[in-house]
Structures are given as structure tokens and as C-alpha cells.
Design a protein around this ligand. Structure first.
Ligand code: 173
Length: 321
């Protein structure tokens, strides 16, 4: 956190002596774990624009950018250590720091309900203890994950396929018989191009952002889980802010979290765009589809509970339906 000199040195010193830095503009450093201006960064970029508009003279955010500035799987650690003040990131990218974060994908209740039923508070405490972080807002929800393939399958069986994953998909894909290889999003195109993988896990939106539609032949329906991308703030940074500065961040957080309600429209738009790009949809019988989704949740929760026997069961109670 840098505090540019905004007034007379004597006045600043007096303010600090009096225990108030309210007259100072604070600048926070922000990073995103998704490529700049792509789908999963856009909500964060709107949040930054709002803070910078509402926070003139009070609080500003400097956006240092995406994976070119910092590898996605290092963002969680950087936020925890205070190397950055604000991060846009999904739980799967920092399971090394906080395995429970991956449980957000399994929520079957909207954030407004989780903020009321204790689910949010339970997680917020873990962010405080394990991540040194304030969980400000989840701006991506209502956004299912899918399997995308370069070759067809004719039943819900992934045996013999090598699929690109993050921790989001590991337990489910392995339970379905697949071999898995973990990569950051930035390596998916090359992995497809070189035939290193037969497909990948990704949500319903965003495959056009990095050109993957060029290498994708099939999408498997139904989708499963609900993708989560959220804004985190370093705890020490937060502790130094004034009430006025915190309110600007909290209000912008509330505003952007509400926009997760609009994600289904984006889902529909990308479904149409995928069809127009010639990506074929592989579907199953209603019974097979139900079993496929059930397996996804079973394997997902089993994985979370295995990673965190202490908190996994409680999270399931609060998040699942
Ligand atoms: O597939 C991924 O990289 C991943 O885990 C993810 C999570 C949330 C949104 C987009 C991708």
C-alpha cells in the first residue's frame, strides 16, 4: 500500500499523530488470475473502475494485470503475503494455501442465501485464518463447468481420455476414468494443438477468449457445479483502511456480486456462439445425465472432505441442497 503525499508534510504528520489518515488517498495494487479483458476478468475490471470513480481522493486501485504479470496459481500466495493488495481469483487456483476454497464450486445456493445462512461467514473465517484475506465478493456464479473434447464419446465414460484440469475437475474426471493433466488456462491452446490432451474442463463461457474454439469439436452436456471467481483483499491492507475507504470497496463489492445474477445471459450467448462455431453437443439419456451430475457432486464433495476433514462436512451442510 502506497500513500502518495497529498498535503503538507506537517499536516500529514499531525493527522497521523492524531491517529487519522482520512485525508490521504490510498492506492492498492490489484492482480487478476485470468487474462485481462477476458470474461473472468471483466467483472473485476468493472469493480476497479467503480472504486476508482467513487474513490477519487480517497482510495484508488492500480491494476497490474493478469497472467503476464503473475502466474495464476501464484496469485493466492501473493495475496496472502501482501505482495498484492487485491486479487481476482478462483478457489481452485490456490488450494495449496487453502484447500477449502475449492468448495465454492459446489454451492447450490446463491450468495445472498449463503450470506444469510452462515455459509459465507464460515468461509470468511477460513479466509481470515488461512489466507490472511477478506473475501469481498463473488462476481461469477450460475456458470456451470463442462467437458470439451476433440474426439467424441458415446456414453458418460471418460476412460482412455487425457483431459486438462485444475483442482475443480480432478476428482470427478478421475472417477469417470480419465487421465488428467493440470495446466493454467494459458497453456490449454498449445496442449490441444499438440494433441497432449483430448479435451479440457472449463465453464460454459469464455472458450472464445483464448481461441480454444478452433481446437474444440465437442461439448458434453449437462454441465456441473457453478464456477466461482471472487475478489479478495489482503487482511493487513484492509486493517489499515479507514471506514470510508472500506465502504467504497464494500459497496463496489455488493454491486459486482449482484451482477452474478446476469451470468445466465452470458451462458446463453456463448452456447449460441459455440453452436455457430460448429461445436457439437454430446448429450446422454435423462437417467445417464442425472447419474453424471450426481457423480460430479459426490466426487467433488468427497474430494473436499478428504482435503479438509475438519471443515468439509460443515461446508457441505451449508452449501449443498
Ligand atoms: O478451468 C479452470 O481453469 C478453472 O478452474 C476455472 C475456474 C473458474 C472459472 C474459470 C476457470
Amino acid at each position: 500500500m502506497r500513500t502518495p503525499i497529498t498535503g503538507l508534510v506537517a499536516a500529514t504528520a499531525t493527522a497521523l499523530v492524531l491517529g487519522s489518515a482520512a485525508a490521504q488517498e490510498t492506492t492498492l495494487k490489484a492482480v487478476t488470475s485470468f487474462a485481462e479483458k477476458t470474461f473472468y476478468s471483466r467483472g473485476f475490471e468493472r469493480f476497479i473502475d467503480k472504486v476508482n470513480a467513487d474513490g477519487k481522493g480517497v482510495i484508488q486501485i492500480t491494476y497490474v494485470g493478469g497472467p503476464k504479470a503473475m502466474p495464476p496459481f501464484e496469485v493466492g500466495n501473493a495475496l496472502k503475503g501482501g505482495v498484492v493488495d487485491v486479487a481476482n481469483v478462483t478457489g481452485a487456483f490456490y488450494t495449496n494455501v487453502m484447500p477449502e476454497a475449492d468448495a465454492w464450486k459446489l454451492t447450490e445456493r446463491p450468495m445472498r442465501e449463503l450470506r444469510a445462512n452462515g455459509g459465507f461467514d464460515y468461509m470468511a473465517k477460513l479466509y481470515d485464518q488461512k489466507m490472511n484475506a477478506i473475501f469481498l465478493a463473488r462476481h461469477i456464479d450460475n456458470n456451470p463447468f463442462h467437458v470439451y473434447l476433440t474426439k467424441p464419446i458415446n456414453s458418460p465414460d471418460l476412460t482412455g481420455l487425457k483431459l486438462r484440469i485444475t483442482p475443480v475437475y480432478r476428482d470427478f474426471f478421475q472417477a469417470m476414468g480419465a487421465t488428467v493433466v493440470q495446466t493454467a488456462p494459458g497453456e490449454v491452446y498449445t496442449a490441444l494443438e499438440r494433441g497432449v490432451v483430448d479435451g479440457y474442463g472449463w465453464p460454459i463461457t469464455g472458450i472464445f477468449d483464448l481461441g480454444w474454439h478452433e481446437k474444440t469439436k465437442f461439448r458434453v452436456d449437462p454441465g456441473f457445479y457453478s464456477a466461482e471467481v471472487s475478489i479478495l483483499i489482503n487482511k493487513a491492507t484492509w486493517a489499515k483502511l479507514t471506514d470510508q475507504q472500506r465502504k467504497i470497496l464494500t459497496d463496489a463489492g455488493t454491486w459486482i456480486e449482484a451482477q452474478a445474477d446476469d451470468v445466465p445471459k452470458e451462458n446463453e450467448a456463448d452456447i449460441a456462439k459455440q453452436a455457430a462455431a460448429g461445436i457439437k453437443v454430446i448429450t446422454f439419456s435423462p437417467e445417464q445425465a442425472a447419474a453424471y451430475r450426481q457423480k460430479a457432486y459426490e466426487a467433488g464433495w468427497a474430494g473436499v472432505i478428504k482435503q479438509s476433514p475438519e471443515h468439509g462436512p460443515k461446508l457441505k451442510e451449508l452449501f449443498a441442497k
